[in-house]
Design a protein around this ligand. Sequence first.
Ligand SMILES: *Cc1c(COP(=O)(O)O)cnc(C)c1O
Length: 465
Amino acid sequence: MTSEPRRILPPVHAVIDQKSLADLIQAKGRDSVVQTVREVIEEMRRSLVIGDDVEVSVESIARLVSTRILTQRESLRCVINATGILLNTGLGRAPLATDAADAVHEITRGYCNLEFDLERGERGHRTQGVEALLNRLTGSEASAVVNNNAAATLIALRALASGREVIISRGQLIEIGGSFRLPEIFEVSGSRLREVGTTNKTRLEDYERAIGPDTAAILRVHPSNYRIVGFTEDVSIPALANLAHQHGLWMIDDIGSGAIAPGYPPLVRDEPTAVEGLEAGSDVILFSGDKLLGGPQCGILVGRSEPIAKIKKDPLMRAIRVDKMSIAALEATLRLLFDHSVANARLPLWKLLTTPVEVLRQRAELIAKVFRDSFALEADVLETTSFLGGGTTPTQSFPSVAVTLSSPFPSPWNTEAAFERALRRGDPAVVARLHGGSLLFDLKAMTVEEDRLLEKAVGKLIVSH
Ligand SMILES: *Cc1c(COP(=O)(O)O)cnc(C)c1O
């Protein structure tokens, strides 16, 4: 074992001054190259500490630095979600089933029949296959798929109410994730917003009074990411749909999170579902593909033939259509949804939802033991509360278990915040939760396979100094 790595390793400036790095400094900026040199030297120092045989000449370090910078995956990377939030837009929402990822891999590596009918040898429709599956799953007459739910809302308002009024309750004028603001979507769609009621109370009479010759539709938006509690009053979908149809209006329902039917997915309460919405009389129901459905990013519209046909004919449809990767992933995901036990076993989100808390506790105990015994960390197990997130019912929580790390944290990461940052920048990146001086790894959104990866990621930061 080499005992004094500091003496053998060259200083950062000696590497930076290497001629071979000059072009890279020009292209990427001095700071970013210096940063990588520091990282490489630090890693070598650790390798030397544990007795690895590494070449420490300035030339070889410069070579490593330039290879690393040139081959770096710049932005999109795998992340271990230790936040306990199952659907986090920042972390890519629902993880795809292996079946869906495999379908993308297979379909996109060569050519495919995206818009070609193989039976007839003529032009086909790109979403025909997934539409048939959606109709079978939800009992809808027709369906359409677009880029995301914001696009679904936009096209529904445009195709069904452009130049006319749409009535919506004040309590449902939502903003989601800072970028989806309903009034702005209205503006872009060319339809006019007609707000009724108050933030906490809207009655059927409020809607009825607002109906005039210019009214085209009633819109219900599931207030996903917030909840008004206390004295609230809302009108049920059957009552709203009934009123809409009496006056020849469309009933549009944005259910947001995309639960198919009660129990699909399991354990999720208080979320409107597509099947119930159709039964209640909605003409068009909108939802996201990458929330509770557990599929790729897309916006799904299901409903009656007439409004869906109007929507599909709108020229904007061409600008918001889904690509072959999303279609491949969506088809594979939808096929899993026909059988409850298949979906529970193969859809990652559903599997995470149904993992018993006792299992989480056992896994947490094992991880905490490794942290304590192998890395000499101050680790413990804590009962936590995890959430669905992703613009779903904010009040719905699940009992969960987390592994905690508390001070002392190993040098040079002497605080929980510094340790959290190092893990976030590590490989794989770990996104954990800071909580009252501790670092929390909530297991609710983690698979068993990721337990070992988490241990490895933490272990990498611990190698003795
Ligand atoms: C999430 C959500 C949206 C936005 O969906 P995207 O697929 O992100 O465009 C719109 N409405 C509701 C009610 C939502 O929950």
